[in-house]
Design a protein around this ligand. Structure first.
Ligand code: G3I
Length: 317
């Protein structure tokens, strides 16, 4: 008994999740808070450098430990992420084009085979569209991946489909909430993948926003419904809502709660939106820093008013 109601008990089959990290598993309050969810993603453990820090030496321990915890708690598990320019090993960056291409294929193949039947959804490519994209076409991020293997995205999705035909293959990116510059560009990019028959099944909308910089609030429903029409699934994958300058306002948690429920409502409105995850459990563990109070639990892993807002929405749905 957690002393509060669990989101998962009102999710009616919908996947409601959080990013977790084994470094906190020894904390019993953290463990209890994890139980609120029915879906888990590893904050870092299943990334390229975490699994293959040394070329050819695959170390699945930490990623496996996250998955094990999810299974113990009866949670589904989301794979994040196979190919990303960040959290990539130095050895990969230093390879020549053809070797790098083969390393990408080998990584995807080995990881998907290891988790076959255990992880049904993976972010295959993460954050490949450049922030300068303004909705008029798209600019590729000029990462080491793109610079050496310009078609790495096609290769990644095609490899993943071939190795594991049943796995749902996602593209995941930030600043893609609502309808505006970069998110419009990402939409066009995904539509182009579909048009060219590159096997993509879903789009992850990360949803890292703040109260001050949240211009996309009104448009998230339209964006998701547009993706549904395109024939892809949507997950909101990494939500947090920073408070920025208004952190001490008396109603700040209520304001943040509204941003969470606005996004979750948009997801629930659209049947192709099949998962919603926040990026961490307690505020102090968050990548944006505890002072931003961006998550659903406080630093002692007690639910905040944002949690109750999300809970009430699920209850009323
Ligand atoms: O593992 C090394 C450790 O060996 C080293 O001693 C230490 C010194 O800095 O760094 C450790 O790596 C850190 C890693 O987290 C694991 O703790 C990195 O420095 C740190 O940059 C990394 O941050 C993670 C970041 O992704 C990596 O870019 C954050 O925890 C994680 O929350 C964040 O998550 C990303 C999503 O994957 C993609 N979308 C954006 C989101 C937030 O940035």
């Amino acid at each position: 008994a957690n002393g509060y109601e669990l989101l998962r008990d009102y999710s009616k089959g919908f996947r409601i999740g959080a990013a977790t990290n084994t470094i906190h598993y020894s904390n019993s309050n953290y463990n209890n808070a994890m139980k609120a969810f029915n879906y888990m993603v590893a904050e870092n453990a299943c990334k390229f450098v975490s699994i293959q820090g040394t070329k050819g030496k695959f170390n699945f321990n930490d990623c496996d430990n996250h998955l094990k915890k999810a299974q113990e708690l009866g949670m589904d598990f989301r794979g994040h992420a196979l190919v990303w320019h960040s959290m990539a090993p130095k050895w990969l960056e230093n390879e020549d084009a053809n070797t790098m291409k083969n390393s990408i294929i080998n990584h995807i193949t080995t990881v998907l085979k290891h988790y076959e039947g255990k992880i049904d959804t993976w972010d295959v490519v993460n954050e490949a569209i450049d922030d300068s994209s303004n909705g008029n076409g798209w600019n590729m991020r000029k990462s080491f991946l793109y610079n050496k293997v310009p078609n790495f995205i096609d290769i990644a999705f095609q490899t993943a489909r071939q190795v594991s035909p049943k796995t749902k293959l996602f593209y995941n990116d930030y600043n893609t909430e609502g309808i505006w510059g970069k998110s419009e560009s990402v939409y066009q990019f995904v539509a182009d993948l579909k048009k060219r028959n590159i096997p993509i099944d879903g789009v992850g909308i990360q949803y890292h926003v703040s109260l001050e910089n949240n211009p996309r609030f009104d448009k998230i429903n339209d964006l998701i419904s547009r993706y549904c029409k395109l024939g892809v699934e949507v997950h909101i994958t990494e939500m947090d809502v920073s408070c920025d300058k208004n952190c001490w306002a008396s109603d700040v948690e209520q304001q943040q709660g509204k941003v969470f429920t606005n996004a979750l409502q948009a997801c629930l409105n659209n049947s192709c939106c099949t998962g919603f995850l926040v990026w961490g459990i307690g505020d102090n563990d968050s990548w944006i820093g505890g002072d931003k109070k961006g998550l659903l639990f406080n630093s002692n892993y007690q639910p905040k008013s944002q949690y109750t807002a999300v809970l009430n929405l699920l209850k009323s749905t």
